[in-house]
Design a protein around this ligand. Structure first.
Ligand SMILES: [Mg+2]
Length: 298
């Protein structure tokens, strides 16, 4: 356990900056090596993703262990937008915790699966590895345009199912409260999936969860870097800034447009994007940990 306060902490989105958007794995070896170097020398690291724990176990944890993750490293996975979490150690993924207050009822889960199977199976598949939220994804053997054409039809039918189960839900600009007036869930369309989740879940909740887990395992740094490829990933830095930490956000896909924020936004050199951009920053931070001053080093 690290006894002194580390210089830097990292909150990392996974798809894009760490796992290649093409291979969906860690495709750049220096990413695992540098993450392990940072974690082994005291930098607290948390992955903050909408993915399931199964994905992190299969695609991330093994790579870190192979790169020499130590017993003293503080590394956590926070999955399903804050609803599921665990520690990653040299022995693998530790016990998985689930916030039951964010979990969709299992009878509703089965009903969505049945709806998908009955009417949308040629365009979508159901992600059975999710524990709290529910994701129905585009089949990789169909064209994006064909998927996006049926996605709203599916979502409208899911909204009707929410009413049948008395789950207050918001979808786009449509609010359907439960009989007690509450809205506890949202249907969130992405370009490759429909996510159905608690309205409390998100990268901000993931950040809050990550800091609590890391704090239980040792002292927290004052300075953080967050890394992501989507606009929603800024919520990690928003949360840290709001809670008094010094933070800068690394946007590895700035072409999507960068918002105005009260903290620094960093981008890679030479138009590097996605995992190549994150790899550049991780290498820089390893150098920082080896003695350069963090001041001025982005
Ligand atoms: Mg991402």
């Amino acid at each position: 356990v690290t006894s002194h306060e580390p210089d830097l902490g990292l909150l990392l989105d996974v798809d894009g900056p760490i796992a290649s958007p093409v291979t969906r794995t860690i495709a750049i070896p220096s990413i695992s090596e540098d993450l392990v170097e940072l974690a082994n020398t005291g930098t607290p690291v948390a992955f903050n993703t909408g993915r399931s724990d199964a994905f992190l176990r299969d695609e991330i944890a093994g790579a870190l262990i192979a790169a020499g993750l130590s017993d003293t490293a503080r590394v956590f996975g926070v999955c399903e937008k804050g609803a599921v979490w665990f520690r990653i150690t040299p022995q693998g993924v530790g016990p998985v915790s689930v916030d039951e207050s964010l979990t969709l009822p299992s009878d509703f889960r089965r009903a969505v699966d049945a709806l998908m199977q009955a009417r949308f199976a040629d365009a979508m598949f159901f992600d059975h590895t999710k524990r709290a939220m529910l994701s129905v994804e585009q089949r990789i053997d169909i064209e994006s345009d064909d998927y996006l054409a049926v996605q709203p039809v599916f979502e409208a039918q899911v909204l009707d199912l929410c009413r049948d189960f008395d789950l207050g839900t918001v979808w786009r600009n449509i609010e359907r409260p439960a009989s007690d007036g509450s809205i506890r869930f949202r249907i969130d369309p992405t370009i490759i999936s429909t996510d159905i989740e608690s309205i409390r879940s998100g990268k901000d909740l993931g950040a809050e969860r990550a800091l609590r887990l890391l704090a239980e395992a040792g002292p927290l740094p004052r300075t953080w870097r967050t890394v992501g490829d989507s606009r929603t990933d800024y919520a990690m830095a928003d949360w840290l800034h709001h809670n008094g930490y010094a933070v800068a956000h690394v946007d590895v896909r700035p072409r999507d447009g960068m918002p105005v924020k009260p903290y620094d936004i960093l981008t890679a050199t030479d138009d590097l994007t996605n995992d190549a951009a994150a790899a550049e920053f991780l290498r820089r931070w390893v150098g920082t940990a080896e003695g350069e001053s963090l001041v001025g080093a982005s």
